[in-house]
Design a protein around this ligand. Structure first.
Ligand code: GLA
Length: 750
């Protein structure tokens, strides 16, 4: 049993294989949080929480005489405002009488096999055997507001999911101003915050900071999870590293505006509250109505950030990402965007496709520019009919040509947007988010469609489903290229406008749910100017998401490194593009570009006709190599060996589940003279087994000297024990030049 309740002590314990999460139902009815950490066998941890009289910490009425039970210092499961806890609240509600805050007391709890479902929101799935659900209902007697705290306990995966349903059980309206998904109080310890910040074309840069007293927040008010702050944070002990140390992972399954607040309070305790961003959020609950706050995926490990990441990778692949393409081999694609931008026609695309097929690619993706008058990015979004001037004979003629070459055909769309200069906008100006009487703020000279509207979603469903039914399209890149401003819906009354940010993303989920259900064979790749909506919510619909508009291999090292803390390789769209790189102007060897892109879904975004014969041979070999190693790359356990920027190289490794195969990749980011070769200790191998290094690719090197373990560089297929590779490590041959790379492939000797 992963959930146990002791009626006498009021202790509720959630056990997974390696962790314990404990709560206490206090005599007052308050639900306290006692512990989340390494597995503890059956103890009651009540004594952890001291009962002391802290000055200026107010007490619930019934504790006024003892003064030792203030909510301001007690760790809680779901703290509400205005009842004695001055730390950051999870819930702020206002009654029709103007009363702020809720005195939440427990009224019931229930344990069920299997996993709870959340209506209209993406969340992790589970078979009855995989998960137990705990539901705890709290209630505020004065207003009738009810809060149902939901816990999904994945015993084997060491994951606990949380979500919240808030019900108006009273007889008057209640307005929610803040409805977070979870609070996590961590009393004691010296914690640091790791978060993933960035900007367009530089997403998910890992940042590790000390906590200051007060509240530090990361989040987005952009209506999308954003390039700027990913909805994923780690709270880690100061001592934590890749291989050791305590870490909590907190990953909201949400793609809209979000915020995570981390407060270091007066007593040195930490509170983390995460969920929908409270700014401009105002949700009215009529009597009997319910509001559901998005799910959060929590995990804890004492084995460092590497273990934490691998746990998220597995969990997302098993319980979030779904559908045919989750575990199937994804196609190696060639996307025409950086090859042609808007300047293409059928002949040009077919010439690219012909080369792509000859090189061994599986899928040709036609990016932006195939529809309406879309000859630049100022117009035509919304006009999802083919531009016959560019593509005479329409999509079918092109698709036939592409399929005839043995390639699948995929297409780009940006369904949530509309250009002012489009037939769609001319017909339905009220479908865009704009404020009456005010000129809208433009982003990429386009507007955002009001996805909260059923008629907009129906129109988009019919349009996209129509295209997919009419043409043999096997892949869709779903883009979203601006953030939300002028957030006002003509379909909502004045007192409901505060719901629009969230209703927008619910609308996106609804449309994606319908389309992905009705077209299960299509491979959907998410995108938002690269990785502007790269989150667990979107991964429920898109098994892969274009990681970044920055295709520079060296910049990508940082982006992939940061992304790897939460997200699996199989989710990261990565392409080899032309050099000098279009975003940075940097030149990196073709081989190195491929080594980096192989740690993603792998594809090309360049004109293969512009390659030399020699480069074409290289690309052929790269694609063949990727396909040979597909399984260990996409499904293997991921180990970060050396972080980019910390030394003169970056290195990482994947190991197959049975530890029979491993691939090590390294890229030198800073050339230097008179240095020894790079030394790496491998991880995750079987120490007893012997591994043959059956392939070694050196890319972009000008000079190679020495070899591993002093053996001759030409020595074929050396064999080492797993113990030697992990404990002694390997020293790579010295590689010179700008950004050389190496890949070492190991197979266990039978
Ligand atoms: C976004 C995407 C790019 C490309 C362009 C097309 O920026 O991230 O990959 O599709 O749009 O306009």
């Amino acid at each position: 049993m992963s959930v146990t309740f002791d009626a006498r002590s009021g202790i509720i314990t959630l056990d997974t294989v390696a962790t314990t999460y404990q709560m206490k139902l206090a005599e007052t009815g308050h639900l306290l949080h006692l512990y989340y950490g390494r597995r503890i066998p059956g103890d009651d941890l009540t004594a952890l929480i001291p009962r002391v009289d802290v000055s200026f910490a107010p007490d619930p009425y019934e504790c006024r005489a003892t003064r030792t039970f203030s909510l301001d210092v007690q760790p809680q499961e779901y703290p509400a405002a205005n009842v004695g806890d001055f730390r950051v609240p999870a819930l702020i509600a206002e009654s029709a009488d103007g009363v702020y805050g809720d005195d939440l007391r427990c009224v019931s709890h229930a344990v069920r096999p299997g996993k709870y479902a959340l209506e209209g929101l993406p969340c992790a799935d589970a078979g009855e055997e995989d998960c137990q659900t705990l539901a705890i209902t709290l209630r505020d007697a004065a207003t009738g507001l009810q809060v149902e705290l939901l816990y999904g306990v994945y015993e084997k995966e060491d994951v606990i999911t949380r979500a919240v349903k808030i019900v108006n059980g009273g007889d008057k309206d209640i307005v929610l101003h803040r409805a977070s998904s979870a609070a996590l109080d961590v009393p004691f310890g010296d914690w640091q915050l790791i978060h993933f910040q960035g900007r367009h074309a530089m997403e998910r840069q890992m940042e590790r900071v000390d906590l200051m007293h007060g509240i530090q927040s990361v989040g987005s008010t952009r209506g999308a999870s954003s390039h700027h702050h990913n909805p994923f944070v780690i709270l880690c002990g100061r001592e934590a590293g890749e291989e050791q140390g305590e870490c909590y992972g907190v990953m909201p399954v949400y793609s809209g505006s979000h915020r995570t607040d981390v407060e270091l309070d007066q007593t040195g305790d930490v509170r983390l509250v995460t969920g929908i961003h409270p700014d401009m959020f105002r949700w009215t609950l009529k009597p009997g109505e319910a509001f559901t706050a998005p799910e959060v995926i929590l995990t804890f490990t004492h084995e460092g950030m590497g273990a934490l990441s691998r746990r998220y990778h597995r969990f997302l692949r098993e319980h979030i990402i779904r559908g045919k393409w989750n575990h199937a081999a994804r196609p190696v694609l060639l996307n025409n965007w950086e090859a042609t931008y808007f300047d293409f026609n059928t002949g040009k695309i077919l010439a690219i496709a012909e080369q792509a097929a000859a090189l061994g690619a599986d899928l040709l993706v036609l990016d932006d520019g195939w529809f309406g008058q879309r000859n630049d990015d100022n117009r035509a979004l919304g006009d999802w009919f083919v531009n016959e001037e560019k593509l005479p004979g329409g999509l079918d003629a092109l698709i036939k040509g592409v399929n005839g070459l043995g390639l699948k055909f995929g297409i780009w769309m940006e369904p949530e947007m509309v250009s002012e200069d489009s037939d769609l906008y001319r017909a339905h100006p009220d479908w865009a988010l704009t404020v009456p009487g005010r000129k809208p703020t433009m982003g990429r000279n386009q507007l955002v469609l009001d996805m909260s509207r059923g008629d907009v979603r129906d129109y988009l469903y019919d349009t996209i489903a129509g295209l997919l039914r009419k043409h043999h399209i096997e892949y869709v890149k779903w883009d979203m290229n601006r953030n939300m401003t002028d957030v006002y819906s003509r379909a909502l009354p004045a007192d409901r406008q505060g719901e629009l940010f969230h209703r927008y993303i619910l609308g996106v989920y609804d449309l994606l749910e319908r389309l992905t259900t009705d077209f299960p064979d299509v491979l959907w790749e998410g995108c938002s100017g690269g990785g502007g909506r790269f989150d667990a919510g979107m991964l429920r619909y898109h098994p892969q998401i274009w990681l970044s508009d920055d295709t520079d291999a060296i910049e990508r090292l940082y982006i992939q490194h940061g992304s790897s803390f939460g997200y699996p390789v199989s989710a990261m769209g990565a392409h080899v593009s032309a050099c000098p790189n279009h975003q940075t102007g940097r030149t990196v060897a073709l081989g190195t570009r491929a080594v980096v892109a192989m740690s993603g879904t792998f594809g090309y975004e360049l004109d293969p006709n512009a390659l030399t014969d020699g480069e074409r041979e290289q690309v052929k070999a790269q694609i063949a190599r990727f396909k040979r190693w597909y399984d260990v790359i996409q499904n293997g356990d991921y180990y970060r060996l050396a972080a980019p920027g910390e030394g003169r190289f970056a290195a990482w490794q994947t190991v197959s589940a049975d530890r029979g195969e491993a691939l090590v990749s390294a890229v030198i980011t800073h050339a230097a003279a008179n240095l020894p070769g790079i030394h790496l200790r491998l991880r995750g191998l079987d120490p007893e087994a012997r591994y043959e290094m059956d392939e070694m690719a050196m890319e972009g090197c000008q000079a190679i000297a020495d070899a591993m373990y002093g053996q001759d560089a030409a020595a074929e297929r050396p064999v080492y024990s797993g113990a030697a590779l992990m404990y002694a490590g390997v020293t790579l041959p010295v590689m010179g030049g700008d950004y050389p790379a190496a890949q070492l492939h190991f197979t266990r000797v039978k």
